[in-house]
Design a protein around this ligand. Structure first.
Ligand SMILES: C[S@@+](CC[C@H](N)C(=O)[O-])C[C@H]1O[C@@H](n2cnc3c(N)ncnc32)[C@H](O)[C@@H]1O
Length: 363
């Protein structure tokens, strides 16, 4: 899995597929251990490689490197006793490299690493470390550290497993529209927020652009929110008439920098440049949501990130270009006031970082 992920697979997808096939017969405990090895080794890759590098003389084959990283993660971050971490890793490492793996891990076990900077120690690309510190100061540092021991999302009463911050977004959308009516969730897959809405909504539409994700969304809806209509299409050109719905949720595609704990590979995949493109999509989705809303209707915008562009500029530009919007106060006390909306940072409650803004359309 570690090799697959380094080649571009998502850690969550790789784990789901492999645990369902070759990991089928593993005990609960072993599944949890495999999950930690894969997620943790992926997440902490930069720190691990820094510790390993003084003991390596030549470029390694991917399978040998994966074994060494996994062993080093156990030594460095899991507190596994050295003999167990070394012996177990040698057992699973490619035979041809047993001697090397054994020797290197022994050195790692007794190494006294001096970290050159915190980005390496806490295993983040420099640009992400700097963005958090420059934007949030000490809160940014605490957020980054918190995302290295992420929340284990728990099951809702209906059995769906969902992070707490995501539930808080659905709660706000519910709280702002006590009378319910019709609601369009413009970016709905995998369906966490759609299926968490309260019972006041007489009609729910779950829109998703990606057909594969829409297929999974449909399955989730059939299990957790029957009666919701799934619409496949671009939410910036939604197939609804002007002013026809009571509420819209735009849980927009975003840089996901508040959800780096939940997606262990994301920090290595996300590019800073993508933020500019995402900002345009977020603005277009908000504009379309505005078109759909009837006067008096409620618009909620949420993103699982903490960048100024996506959580300040996008909502501010939207407000400036759409007169007739009134900002709504949030009901949840967990949100920090953030410009005209709210935000939770990852270390506030050990959840994903999430920002939310809500408006009523007056005219
Ligand atoms: C943050 S995720 C939504 C998570 C979902 N609301 C939940 O709680 O489970 C954003 C989703 O928007 C979809 N998306 C991206 N661009 C879109 C667009 N132009 N129109 C509709 N959906 C879009 C992505 O494929 C992704 O599934």
């Amino acid at each position: 899995m570690l090799i697959e992920i380094e080649d571009g697979a998502r850690a969550n997808d790789s784990l789901a597929a492999n645990l369902a096939s070759s990991g089928r017969d593993l005990s609960r405990r072993d599944r949890a251990f495999v999950t930690e090895l894969v997620q943790g080794t992926t997440r902490m890759r930069r720190a691990i490689d820094y510790v390993l590098q003084p003991f390596l003389r030549r470029k390694l084959d991917p399978d040998v490197r994966a074994a060494l990283r996994m062993g080093t993660h156990q030594l460095l971050h899991l507190g596994t006793p050295p003999h167990a971490a070394v012996n177990d890793t040698v057992d699973v490492a490619p035979r041809r490299a047993s001697g090397l793996v054994n020797a290197v891990l022994r050195k790692v076990a007794s190494a006294n690493t001096q970290w050159p900077n915190e980005a390496i120690r806490h295993s983040y690309p420099d640009w992400i470390w700097e963005l958090f510190i420059n934007t949030w100061g000490q809160d940014g540092r605490a957020s980054l550290i918190a995302m290295n021991s992420p929340e284990r999302p728990s099951a809702r009463p209906d059995g769906y497993i969902q992070g707490q911050a995501s539930r808080w977004v659905s709660d706000e959308a519910d709280a702002a529209s006590a009378k319910g009516g019709s609601m369009v969730d413009l970016c709905a897959a995998p369906g966490g927020k759609t299926t968490a809405f309260g019972s006041q909504w007489s009609s729910l539409y779950a829109n998703e652009i990606d057909p594969t994700r829409a297929k999974n969304l449909r399955e989730t809806i059939s299990r957790f929110r029957e009666g919701t209509a799934v619409v496949i299409g671009d939410g910036t050109k939604a197939p609804f008439a002007d002013g026809c719905v009571d509420a819209v949720l735009v849980d927009a595609p975003c840089s996901g920098l508040g959800a780096l704990g939940r997606r262990s590979d994301a920090r290595w995949q996300i590019s800073e440049k993508a933020i500019n493109r995402l900002v345009l999509i977020q603005g277009a989705l908000l504009g379309e949501a505005f078109r759909l809303l009837r006067p008096g209707g409620i618009l909620s915008y949420s993103v699982c990130t903490v960048t100024q562009e996506e959580t300040v500029k996008v909502p501010a530009d939207f407000e400036a270009s759409h007169p007739g919007l009134t900002n709504l106060a949030l009901t949840g006390t967990h949100w920090r006031p953030h410009h005209q909306g709210g935000i939770v940072l990852p270390h506030d409650y050990g959840t994903d970082g999430m920002a939310i803004f809500q408006w009523k359309r007056q005219s």
